[in-house]
Design a protein around this ligand. Sequence first.
Ligand SMILES: Cc1cc2nc3c(=O)[nH]c(=O)nc-3n(C[C@H](O)[C@H](O)[C@H](O)COP(=O)(O)OP(=O)(O)OC[C@H]3O[C@@H](n4cnc5c(N)ncnc54)[C@H](O)[C@@H]3O)c2cc1C
Length: 577
Amino acid sequence: MSDKTKPSFSKALFSGVLLDELVFPYPEMEAEEAEDLKMMQDTFKKFAEDNIDSEKIDENSKIPDEVLNSLKELGFMGLSVPEEYGGFGLSATAYTKMFELFGGVDPSLAITLGAHQSIGYKALVLYGNEAQKKKYLPKLSSGEMLAAYCLTEPGAGSDAAGIQTRAIRDDKNGVYILNGSKIWITNGGIADFFTVFAKEEIIDKNGEKKDKISAFLVTRDMGGVTSGKEENKLGLKGSSTTEVFFEDVKVPIENLLGERGKGFKIAMNVLNNGRLGLAGGSIGALKVLLKEALGHISQRKQFKKTLSEFEMIKEKVAQITIDLFATESMIYLTSGLVDSGEVDYSLESAMCKVRATEISWIGLNECLQMVGGLGFMKEYPYQRYLRDGRINMIFEGTNEILRMFTALAGIQERGQVLRKIGTALKEPIKGYGVLTDYAAEWIKGRISTERIQDVHKSLSTAKVQFETWAKNLHFSAERALMHNGKKIIYREMIQKRLADAATDLYAMIAVISRVDSLITKKGEEKAANEINMCTIFCDQAWRRVRRNLLMVDSNNDKGMSKLSDFIVEEKKYPFEA
Ligand SMILES: Cc1cc2nc3c(=O)[nH]c(=O)nc-3n(C[C@H](O)[C@H](O)[C@H](O)COP(=O)(O)OP(=O)(O)OC[C@H]3O[C@@H](n4cnc5c(N)ncnc54)[C@H](O)[C@@H]3O)c2cc1C
């Protein structure tokens, strides 16, 4: 990120500062781009209706070659490739909307397309030099080459810094010799272009030798690249997932991507980028399955009434709708931020990924529940969407790791505040005083007066709920820091609550901003449903925030940890009734 980068709304929130200029008005796509996007969406919908049979893809564990070839011809492999290299150069918003559509039609297909462009060649788009881009992007954009992202190894999953794949630089011959293996690589069996992360020995400024991660552009035709057998998975059966082996692969030095030793940052930034597409795909799947379930519950009768007339079914339909609306608001607020220029959106994209994958999982499960036994039958799509959706909470950063990231990055606020906390964290005893001074300064100063801009009167309760609990997030985060000092990095149960509270607050502001803009555009009466959703969502959300923040200070964490240690030691549930 450059110095021009605008601050993150949510990171500032942890410091009690409401940067409402970043989130108001709700972003809107330019008319011309919206028109292009609609054409692209219509083309894909028509193609999917005629050619994509998801039941068969799941049954045969394969996307037919004809389908992939046609998608290549239609240009769907180059959505994020800049136009000068033959792609569509879509904005983050248009790109995410396309992935929403793909995720709804067929999650296996969405992940194949996503692994190719959200992560497979994204590092090249973000960090490649002109020669590298000219050489590979046109082929990747046309689909002549398919891409994969190779980070995970048997010993390095969440702890990606622990990778063992090694690159040895041979300056004399102008190559790196790459050795190692990667597991569970999406597109592993069908890709010919791999963004590979490997360790190399680098001499640092002090003349010391250090192992650092670098990123490499590797192609199958370099020789020494082989794929393992296709994994037999719970879901996403149509997508290719294999081990990929690199044995004495001679990678030309010019295929080093970005700076030597900066590969870990590249790997993480690519994932930051990919997360919005995954979030879009997750809500796309839920929208489609909800539609399917609605068809059933509005015609199936029990007790002489249709299922949709029962209150518990109504609650499910309403809750799924509200969760979709709120999550969609977060996602497209974030994509709008990305499109608005250089902005730090790492926290927001992580929050979107966590929230979207979880409301999707819960919602898909509720759709299955609403249709009863029928949902368990293989000839209906419910079980397939549920199986396909399960992985979303695991890959591209597990939701646990992303919660840790959200809380810790939030706590480490920018600028002077960051430096103060940074010093305090390094010197927890002396730092206590610094933190206390800092807290007092903020409590007396800006925090108590922070407000967001005026919104339509129908949203004023939601606005006050947001402001009140935003302030409390800041106080709770600060207390957590004061009480735990440096050890906050190990207090994951606290991190989880702070992350969930911050996510709810971001969702609240996204919904308020979206509905406020909508009222301005079409009037209060026509926005009645959206106002209702905003009211209900914010009412639900602040209660969750309150619960999470109260439990930052008062909780059973010690007891929970102790119990877990005991059970792990016992290696089973040891109690008998
Ligand atoms: C279908 C599929 C496709 C994939 N595609 C790719 C791909 O294209 N490229 C690629 O590089 N990788 C890919 N992966 C790998 C994926 O990114 C990893 O599975 C993921 O990063 C998690 O690593 P792990 O499975 O080793 O779990 P682990 O890291 O072993 O974690 C296991 C559990 O422990 C939790 N955990 C770990 N550390 C902590 C902690 N500090 N605090 C709390 N909880 C913790 C995790 O959240 C998780 O719940 C894919 C995986 C699958 C299943």
